[in-house]
Structures are given as structure tokens and as C-alpha cells.
Ligand binder design. Structure first.
Ligand code: ATP
Ligand code: MG
Length: 362
């Protein structure tokens, strides 16, 4: 899939903008605060109705404007299609049009324009805390499997309610009566999450290993290991088996959870680790290895989405170029020949052989 062009009105820092894009690489160059990331945000929003820097669509409307607009033409599903969003600064609901026809929700435009975002925070994701890796995995899996997104939302809702019970039970002891019910439901939905994740991480690791092999000249063996609750002996087992194992673990932590007043165990603590030729990146990876492995993971995510839908998602690389050494910069600028890529950068003097350069000023 390709984004052929985009038009913005009163979006973030833009009054009005119309751009035509290359089907290959689009290198977006400009000084700080000129609107480069805003442009990527518009592209991601166009396909998903979600902004990556805010939960509030109202913030996307240029300050002082009555409404904001994003419109773009996309070649996907073997034809040209248009998407158009109209956003409002107040609580008024946003409007969505596909090929001129009004639609209710982003689910009505699923698959028209998919994007994969890679930003500076992702570069060190294998070194930082587990929550960043969970977010990376969850974001990817939600894009791939809408049913997973529904289960994850449900899980988080039950978990929040359970935590409230654990916090309030001193003041309100009869809350303990309903705790087992919450635990049971948590394990049911949690088992489903683990089942999805096991399959997803297996595929992601397989694809990422290919990219990493290419980057490292075949020297390093990339291996991804999904880590979940210790009593789950096989995350590929039937969901009912995982459910029982989760429940056993929760029951053994029942006292401890009451005392600490928080949920101590469950798939909300899941993680994954990457090893290169047997050495954990988290513990031993060099800066370069860590970054290369992170790029491999993103390219792998894109590959999985391509396998699922037959269309390669648009890749958005925000500000990662300056963090990479010359060899990896060359790879990003000149060697991703599959699908459309948008790359933002501040430094002048960068070029791509695979598309065009767009300068953004005010
Ligand atoms: P950098 O190189 O530093 O990442 P950038 O080119 O990516 O810069 P953006 O983040 O795209 O910059 O744009 C930031 C500018 O957009 C800021 O100056 C900010 O004030 C402005 N901006 C963001 N939202 C709005 C809005 N709703 N209305 C008006 N201006 C906005
Ligand atoms: Mg930026």
C-alpha cells in the first residue's frame, strides 16, 4: 500500500499543506519544531484514527481553528481510495469519510492504510524496562488482531477493578467476597492473551532473525524468547490449560496480594528477551547491537502484517537516523526497497537513492 498524497488543514502546526509522495522512500528534512513529526502523525492518524503522541483528537486541531482536516489518497487493495477525517477542538465527534462516503468508526476503514512507527524511544527498547517491550508487542499485536485488542482492553479493565478491591478492602471488608470472581475472570482472559502472544512472538522472532542476519552479515544468531507467568509450562497449550495454571499461581499469591494490596502476578507482567548468539541483549548488548535488533523487530512486525493482509504497511521512521552509525543509516535510506517509507531528520546533507526529499519549513 502507498500513500499517494496528503492535504492538511488546521492540523497541528499546519494552516494548509498539500504534498505528493514517492512510492519508495520519502525523506522529510527540516529544522526542529518545523512540523516533521506532525506530518508523520497525520499519516498514522489518516489510517487509524489514532494519534501516537496524544489520546485527544482535539489537540490535533491547530490552536484557535474551528476544525482540522486530513485527507489523503491511498493505493491499496488494488485501487486508489481516499480517506478524510474532520476533527474538532471541542467535544464534538470527529467525522470520517471513505471515498466520499461517511463512516462511523475507524473499524470501517480497517486495512486501507496501515502504518508501522519507529521512533527514538524504540531504539533502546531491549535495554529499558519490561513495560516498554510490552507496549511495543501489544501495539503490534493489536494492529494485527482486533480480537486481541478487545481481550487486552477487557483484561486491563478487570485488573483495574481488582486493584481497587485490594486497595479498598480494609475500609470495605465484604469486597473480599467478590475477589475470587475477579481472579477467575482475569485468568480466563489472561490465558487468551498468553495464547495470542505465544504465537505472535514466535512469528516476530522468526522474521526478525532474518533481518538481523542481513544486518550483522550472518554473524549473529538472533533469538526471541517470550516470558510469561512461571507456572505456564507451555504458552502454546490449550487456553483452558493455561487458565488452570494461571489460577494456581494466583491462588498461591492470594495472601501476598492481600498484604501488598496489589496484583502481583499475571500476563500484565509479561516480557520478552532477545539473545544474539546466546547472549542476552538486555544484559550484554552493545549500543549498535541493541539498535540493530530493535530495527529488526520493527521490520519483522511489518513483515507479519504483510503476510496477514498481502499489503506491506507504510513505515514511519521518526528521527532515528541521527542515532545510527553510517552503515545503518545507509541501510535505512537506501536499502529498504519493499513498500513505502517516510523518514524524518534534522541534519541536512542526507539523501536517498530510492525516492525523494521533502523540505519542511514552518
Ligand atoms: P523535531 O525535529 O524537534 O522533532 P519536528 O519538526 O518534528 O521537530 P513537530 O513535533 O512536528 O516538530 O512540530 C512541533 C510544533 O508544532 C511545535 O512548535 C508545536 O508548538 C506545534 N504544534 C503542535 N500542536 C499544535 C497545535 N494543535 N496547534 C498549533 N501548533 C501546534
Ligand atoms: Mg519530531
Amino acid at each position: 500500500m502507498n500513500l499517494n498524497n496528503i492535504s492538511l488543514r488546521n492540523f497541528r502546526s499546519y494552516d494548509e499543506l498539500s504534498l505528493e509522495f514517492d512510492a519508495g522512500v520519502n525523506l522529510i528534512v527540516g529544522d526542529n519544531a518545523q512540523g516533521k513529526t506532525n506530518l508523520l502523525e497525520a499519516i498514522a492518524y489518516l489510517g487509524s484514527g489514532k494519534a501516537f503522541r496524544t489520546q485527544k483528537s482535539a489537540e490535533l486541531v491547530k490552536l484557535g481553528a474551528d476544525f482540522g482536516e486530513i485527507e489523503g489518497e491511498i493505493f491499496s487493495q488494488e485501487r486508489n481510495q481516499t480517506l478524510r477525517w474532520i476533527l474538532f477542538p471541542a467535544a464534538r465527534p470527529k467525522q470520517l469519510y471513505r471515498n466520499g462516503v461517511k463512516k462511523k468508526t475507524a473499524a470501517d476503514i480497517a486495512g486501507v492504510l496501515q502504518t508501522v512507527l519507529f521512533c527514538p524511544e524504540d531504539l533502546m527498547v531491549l535495554k529499558t524496562g519490561a513495560s516498554n517491550r510490552r507496549r511495543l508487542g501489544d501495539t503490534a499485536l493489536c494492529q494485527l488482531r482486533p480480537n486481541y485488542e478487545a481481550a487486552l482492553t477487557e483484561y486491563n479493565r478487570i485488573l483495574e477493578q481488582k486493584n481497587r478491591i485490594l486497595k479498598d478492602r480494609h475500609e470495605n471488608p465484604q469486597l473480599l467476597d467478590i475477589l475470587p470472581e475477579y481472579n477467575a475472570r482475569l485468568c480466563q482472559v489472561g490465558a487468551l492473551l498468553i495464547s495470542y502472544r505465544a504465537r505472535f512472538y514466535e512469528g516476530l522472532g522468526r522474521e526478525a532473525a532474518q533481518f538481523h542476519k542481513h544486518f550483522s552479515g550472518g554473524k549473529e544468531d538472533f533469538c526471541l524468547e517470550y516470558k510469561t507467568v512461571s507456572t505456564v509450562t507451555d504458552p502454546f497449550a490449550p487456553v483452558s490449560t493455561i487458565n488452570e495454571q494461571l489460577l494456581a499461581h494466583l491462588q498461591s499469591h492470594y495472601r501476598a496480594e492481600l498484604e501488598s494490596r496489589q496484583s502481583l502476578t499475571g500476563p500484565h507482567k509479561d516480557d520478552f528477551d532477545v539473545t544474539l548468539s546466546g547472549m542476552s541483549v538486555k544484559a550484554f548488548g552493545s549500543q549498535g547491537q541493541t539498535r540493530t535488533a530493535a530495527i529488526s523487530l520493527k521490520l519483522a512486525q511489518r513483515e507479519l502484517m504483510k503476510k496477514e493482509s498481502g499489503e506491506i504497511p507504510v513505515l514511519l521512521l521518526d528521527d532515528v537516523l541521527s542515532e545510527l552509525d553510517p552503515g545503518r543509516q545507509d541501510f535505512v535510506l537506501n536499502q529498504i526497497t519493499d513498500g513505502q517509507v517516510f523518514i524524518t531528520c534534522c541534519e541536512p546533507g542526507r539523501f536517498t537513492k530510492l525516492g525523494k526529499t521533502i523540505e519542511i519549513k514552518k
